[in-house]
Write a protein that binds this ligand. Structure first.
Ligand SMILES: Cc1ncc(C[n+]2csc(CCOP(=O)(O)OP(=O)(O)O)c2C)c(N)n1
Length: 473
C-alpha cells in the first residue's frame, strides 16, 4: 500500500471479512498520523486489529526532534490501548497482552516501536522472548445455551404480539437458521447495513436494510417497527434505529443474542440475553417457539416490497432515452451477475444508499462497508483485502461483470425489458434466483420488467452476453 490510511483500511476490511486479528504497520511521524482514519474505522466497527507504528529513538522523544509526535496521546485518545515500548524486553509481553486484548474484546490496539528498540541486539535464549504459544490467550468460544435457557426465552417470545428480528455483521453464517426462526415466528427480518446479505434478500420475511439505507422504504420499515413490541437481535452493533423512537427512547423489548459478552449493549435494557453460537440459538428457538399461522402480514410485506421495486424500475426507466447510465441501471444489471463467491465492497456516498436498496443478495454474499465511521476511500483497499483473503474466489470482474461497467462508448442509450434466453450461463444465474424456483422480486420471470441496456457491438464483452440480451427483445 502506498498510503498508510489505505493500509489501515485494508487491514480493517480483512478483519471484518475473516473475523481474525489483522495487523498493519506504518513508520513514525506522518506514517503513524496517516493511520488514524483506518484505525478508527476498525475500532468503531469492533474488529480485532493491531496497528504497529515506528517511532523516533527513545533518546529523541519529547523535545521536538524530526518526526517525533506523541503517539500514545494520539492513539490513546481513540483506542482502548496504546503504548510505546521503552525497552526491548517489553516487546514480547506487550504483544502478547495487546493481541490477547484485541482478540478477546474485538478491539483495535496500537503499539509504537522506537527505532533503537527495533534495532536492539537481543539474546534469543532470554526467557522473556520465549512465550509458549499454548499459553497465549485465545478468543472465548461459548457453547450453545442450555435447553432451559432456550425454553425460557422461547416462552417469552410467545408472549409478544409482533416480533421483529434484526441482524448485524456478527450474525454471519447464521442466515438460514434465522430465516427458519423468522418463518415460524411470522417475524420480518431487518438488517443493519453491515448485515446485508446475511439472509437471502428474496426471502418473503426479509425487509432489507434499515435506516437511511431503508428498503423498501424507510416509512414501511418504521411502520413495521412501530407495531412491534419486541426486537430479537442477532449480532447487531447499532441497536438504536431498531429499538427507539425519534427521541432515542427505548420503545420495545430487546432480546439480545450474541456470541461474546463484550458485544452486549450497555445502552439499552435487555429483557432476555442468550449467549452462544448464533445459528445454534436461532435453531434452538425455532424448535421451541409456537408457530404463528397468520402469514397475512408477511404477504402484505412482500406486496409492498414488489411495489417499491416497481417504483425503482420506473425510476430507472425514466432514463431510457438518456445518454447517462443511472446507478439503478448498473445495480439492476449487477444483481444478475452476483454469484455466491462475490464479496461486495461499498464505499460511502449516495451510491451506498442505492446499493443498500437495489442490490438483492440472494446467496448470502459478504458485504464490506465502513459502517460506523462511513469513510470515503474504503472500498478500494477493502477490495484488495478481500482479494488477499480469498485469492481464488476474489473480486476480479468476469467478462459479464465487464459488461456492466459503464462508459459512454460501451452503452447505447436504450433500455428494454424481457427475460433472458434459456441457453447462457447468465440465464442459469438468473434462474437460480427465479421466483418459479425461489422468490426474487428482481428476476425477470416474476412479471416485473427487468431493465437492461444493450451494449454496442464494438464493446469488449463476451458474445454470449450480447446474444443473450438481444434474444430477450
Ligand atoms: C474521507 C471522507 N471525507 C469526506 C466524507 C463526507 N462525505 C460523505 S459522502 C461524500 C460525497 C461522496 O461523493 P462521491 O464519492 O462522488 O459518491 P456519490 O455520493 O456520488 O455516490 C462526502 C464528501 C467522508 N465520509 N469521508
Amino acid at each position: 500500500m502506498r498510503h498508510e490510511n489505505a493500509a489501515a483500511l485494508a487491514a480493517s476490511a480483512h478483519a471484518k471479512l475473516t473475523g481474525r486479528l489483522s495487523v498493519c504497520v506504518a513508520t513514525s511521524g506522518p506514517g503513524a498520523l496517516n493511520f488514524v482514519c483506518g484505525v478508527v474505522d476498525a475500532h468503531l466497527d469492533r474488529v480485532p486489529m493491531l496497528a504497529l507504528t515506528g517511532l523516533v529513538p527513545t533518546a529523541s522523544q519529547g523535545h521536538w526532534e524530526f518526526q517525533d509526535i506523541d503517539q500514545t496521546s494520539l492513539f490513546g485518545s481513540i483506542l482502548p490501548r496504546s503504548a510505546s515500548c521503552v525497552h526491548p524486553t517489553q516487546v514480547a509481553a506487550l504483544l502478547r497482552n495487546y493481541v490477547g486484548h484485541a482478540q478477546q474484546h474485538h478491539e483495535t490496539v496500537q503499539l509504537a516501536l522506537p527505532a533503537d528498540i527495533l534495532g536492539a541486539e537481543i539474546d534469543p535464549d532470554d526467557g522473556v522472548f520465549q512465550i509458549d504459544r499454548k499459553t497465549l490467550s485465545t478468543p472465548l468460544r461459548l457453547m450453545p445455551p442450555p435447553a432451559e435457557a432456550l425454553d425460557i426465552v422461547a416462552a417469552e417470545l410467545d408472549r409478544f404480539e409482533q416480533i421483529v428480528i434484526v441482524l448485524g455483521r456478527r450474525a454471519l453464517g447464521s442466515g438460514r437458521a434465522i430465516e427458519g426462526l423468522a418463518e415460524k415466528l411470522g417475524a420480518p427480518i431487518i438488517t443493519s447495513l453491515d448485515g446485508k446479505g446475511i439472509v437471502d434478500e428474496s426471502h418473503p420475511n426479509a425487509l432489507g436494510v434499515l435506516g437511511i439505507f431503508g428498503f423498501p422504504a424507510v416509512e414501511t420499515t418504521k411502520r413495521i417497527l412501530r407495531r412491534a413490541d419486541a426486537v430479537l437481535a442477532f449480532g447487531v452493533d447499532t441497536l438504536k434505529p431498531f429499538l427507539t423512537d425519534d427521541r432515542d427512547v427505548q420503545r420495545r423489548a430487546l432480546i439480545q443474542c450474541e456470541a461474546e459478552f463484550s458485544s452486549l449493549t450497555h445502552e439499552y435494557a435487555r429483557t432476555r440475553t442468550l449467549m452462544g453460537p448464533l445459528d445454534a440459538i436461532a435453531s434452538g428457538l425455532q424448535d421451541r417457539v409456537r408457530g404463528r399461522a397468520d402469514t397475512a402480514a408477511i404477504a402484505a410485506l412482500e406486496q409492498e416490497r414488489m411495489a417499491s421495486m416497481r417504483s425503482i424500475l420506473d425510476a430507472a426507466d425514466a432514463y431510457r432515452d438518456s445518454t447517462l447510465a443511472h446507478p439503478l441501471t448498473f445495480l439492476l444489471h449487477l444483481n444478475r451477475h452476483l454469484d455466491d463467491r462475490c464479496t461486495i465492497v461499498l464505499d460511502t456516498g449516495a451510491h451506498t444508499v442505492w446499493a443498500a436498496k437495489v442490490l438483492q443478495l440472494t446467496q448470502r454474499q459478504r458485504v464490506l462497508v465502513s459502517s460506523r465511521l462511513g469513510t470515503m476511500g474504503f472500498s478500494l483497499p477493502a477490495a484488495i483485502a478481500a482479494q488477499l483473503a480469498h485469492p481464488t474466489t476474489g473480486s476480479s470482474p468476469s467478462a459479464e461483470m465487464e459488461a456492466c461497467r459503464w462508459s459512454p462508448a460501451n452503452w447505447r442509450p436504450q433500455c428494454s425489458i424481457g427475460c433472458p434466453s434459456s441457453s447462457s450461463s447468465s440465464t442459469t444465474a438468473c434462474c437460480r434466483m427465479c421466483p418459479r424456483n425461489k422468490r426474487h422480486p428482481m428476476a425477470p420471470c416474476c412479471g416485473i420488467p427487468t431493465l437492461w441496456r444493450s451494449p454496442a457491438r464494438s464493446e469488449p464483452m463476451g458474445r454470449s452476453w450480447t446474444e443473450q440480451q438481444m434474444s430477450t427483445r
